[in-house]
Ligand binder design. Structure first.
Ligand code: NAP
Length: 288
């Protein structure tokens, strides 16, 4: 029998609509001032079906709010040099405000080198070392989109991280590490867990806020969750399955961000919002 759903759902789709409404107004005001629409360039290397769908979906969201987008497709056989060269070209192109390199790239490509070819003022996905450092130092800059979307979800549901114990499971440079930094900046006490963590369930049981960023379907079990905790499932696995055992966790948590409809939509909304910010900054720098 399914357990009763006690936790309130954190509705990322609704929050995303709200963010995108603001984007529509800002994009229109920008177009009025600048005589052109903000523009996002998506670089798609290879033919991973999920990546193709993600890029298509991001472009459709851009179109809906009045942001132009272009996609630059490179074959599976593209070399690191070719990918870096393409991104450097976009970094120098005045008609492009933001650059997104769709992750993951084919194995033969050095993804870090490709990310670093993105000019910091166009790094609207927040993947460069420069953006990472800004997040770590609490300086202005583009945040990594998924972590920034998670913070927006927490704010939307009135979760103040200050003084809370946040346990982040995962330490990737685009998700686990930056979300821990953003939570720390908001005065949470942060514990990072990873594949070498000893007795993960015991650590998770001490968490007021759990962020699951593992990449393993239903990995975090309901009986690891402290009663009343806030559970953010950032995972996205084949078949629309998150990293958290949803029904188990929802029966003890106070708030839970589900998959789908939780973190995912906010990520895309933040990407578009940051593209508009990049366009606004570039335009005001040019008109100074
Ligand atoms: P990743 O680079 O593969 O990192 C996975 C992390 O999980 C690593 O730090 C790894 O530890 C840790 N891990 C693996 N097995 C573990 C275990 N048994 N116990 C504890 N920790 C373990 O993945 P990622 O790019 O961060 O993505 C994580 C998940 O988030 C994926 O499902 C991905 O699809 C999803 N995601 C969603 C969005 C979105 O927009 N919603 C965006 C990005 C990613 P080690 O460091 O020790 O290897």
């Amino acid at each position: 029998m399914a357990s009763p759903l006690d936790a309130e759902l954190m509705d990322g789709a609704a929050l995303s609509r709200k963010i995108l409404e603001g984007c529509t107004l800002r994009a229109a005001a920008f177009a009025e001032r600048a005589g052109r629409r903000p523009c996002l360039a998506a670089v798609l290397v290879g033919s991973d079906p999920a990546s193709i769908i993600y890029v298509k979906m991001k472009r459709a969201r851009c179109e809906r709010v009045g942001v132009d987008s272009v996609v630059v497709e490179l074959p599976d056989t593209a070399t690191t040099l070719e990918v870096v060269g393409t991104i450097e070209g976009l970094s120098h192109d005045e008609g492009i405000d933001g650059i997104l390199l769709q992750h993951p790239v084919p194995e033969g490509v050095d993804e870090r080198a490709a990310f670093e070819a993105i000019a910091p003022n166009k790094d609207v996905d927040g993947v460069t070392k420069d953006s990472f450092a800004s997040m770590a130092f609490g300086l202005l800059g583009f945040a990594s989109c998924t972590p920034a979307g998670i913070m927006r979800l927490l704010d939307e549901y009135g979760v103040d991280p200050a003084g809370k114990h946040a346990v982040v499971i995962g330490r990737s440079p685009i998700l686990g590490k930056p979300i821990g930094m953003l939570l720390l900046a908001r005065d949470a006490t942060v514990t990072y867990c990873h594949s070498k963590t000893v007795d993960l369930p015991a650590t998770v049981r001490t968490a007021d806020i759990v962020v699951a960023a593992v990449g393993r379907p239903r990995f975090v079990r309901g009986n690891w969750i402290k009663t009343g905790a806030v559970v953010i499932d950032a995972g996205y696995n084949d078949g629309n399955i998150g990293d958290v055992d949803f029904s188990g966790a929802a029966s003890v948590a106070r708030l839970i961000a589900p998959v789908p409809g939780g973190v995912g939509p906010t990520t895309v909304a933040v990407l578009i919002e940051q593209t508009i910010s990049a366009a606004e900054k570039a335009n005001s720098a040019r008109t100074l």
